[in-house]
Design a protein around this ligand. Structure first.
Ligand SMILES: Nc1ncnc2c1ncn2[C@@H]1O[C@H](COP(=O)(O)OP(=O)(O)OP(=O)(O)O)[C@@H](O)[C@H]1O
Length: 237
């Protein structure tokens, strides 16, 4: 993928996101993580090469969802109205059905008490919950997340990570998530793709079993794997 001015953001990448699993992309700033994610989403077109979605229906409306670092909610819509928006855009259901689906999704992300609040009445963590509910309301088979929790404090980050795992357990979507945070990549994913200078240097399988709760972070296995991923990031492994 080459941008104007000859900037080569991503090159020679061969990466498979296994169906029903969570894959993390980690790497130093500017190594091409976001570009690769945007290529997968179809938000950028590759200068060369291709992105293959399996099954092909994964490319259908409502089947790929993207969560950005900023929740980017519409300020004039309530939480329910924001979450119902993707259903409106793909003309699914009538007004009542869309509202019911949005309410159910918001309940699943722990916001049953905030359905009718506007974005300015929500905390940063609540806005991200709405953003994730909006992404998942169509029941996508692929969820792409770009540093979704980067702006949140550690405690919220952990809570939302656990929530994401719970949602994955319920919906079993295929997820690809960009993160700077090694601990988060280990906690949340099945496999971790380590990127440097626009290339995927290696993909490591995460040995930690599911289901995972926060307590897994204090296990020796977690610590050992953290060391492996860090060394890989530094180019030592
Ligand atoms: N729209 C664009 N136009 C020109 N260059 C771009 C564009 N988007 C990204 N780049 C360049 O491509 C390279 C990879 O950027 P990208 O945002 O994918 O990296 P990243 O790993 O996600 O970085 P960060 O972790 O800082 O978000 C960088 O050199 C960046 O400056």
């Amino acid at each position: 993928m080459e941008f104007g001015g000859g900037i080569r953001a991503v090159a020679n990448v061969q990466l498979v996101a296994a169906a029903g699993q969570i894959l993390s992309l980690v790497g130093p700033s500017g190594c091409g993580k976001t570009t690769l994610l945007r290529l997968m989403a179809g938000l950028e077109s590759p200068t060369d090469g291709r992105v293959v979605l399996e099954p092909p229906t994964a490319g259908k409306l409502g089947q790929i969802a993207f969560v950005f670092q900023q929740p980017s909610l519409l300020p004039w819509r309530t939480a329910v109205e924001n979450v119902a928006l993707p259903l409106e855009l793909i003309s699914r259901g009538n007004r009542h059905e869309r509202k019911d689906a949005a309410m159910e999704m918001l309940t699943r992300v722990g916001l049953s008490d905030a359905l009718d609040r506007y974005p300015h009445q929500l905390s940063g963590g609540m806005k991200m919950r709405v953003s994730i509910a909006r992404a998942l309301v169509t029941g996508p088979s692929i969820l792409l997340l770009d540093e979704p929790f980067a702006a949140l404090d550690d405690m919220l980050r952990t809570q939302l990570g656990e929530m994401l795992l719970q949602l994955w357990d319920d919906q079993r979507f295929t997820a690809v998530m960009v993160t700077h945070n090694i601990g988060e990549s280990i906690f949340l994913s099945h496999r971790i793709a380590v990127m440097r200078s626009g290339q995927v240097k290696t993909v490591v399988d995460n040995p930690l079993p599911f289901p995972r709760t926060d307590s897994v972070r204090s296990t020796a296995q977690f610590g050992r794997f953290y060391g492996v991923v860090s060394a890989t990031l530094r180019g030592e492994a």
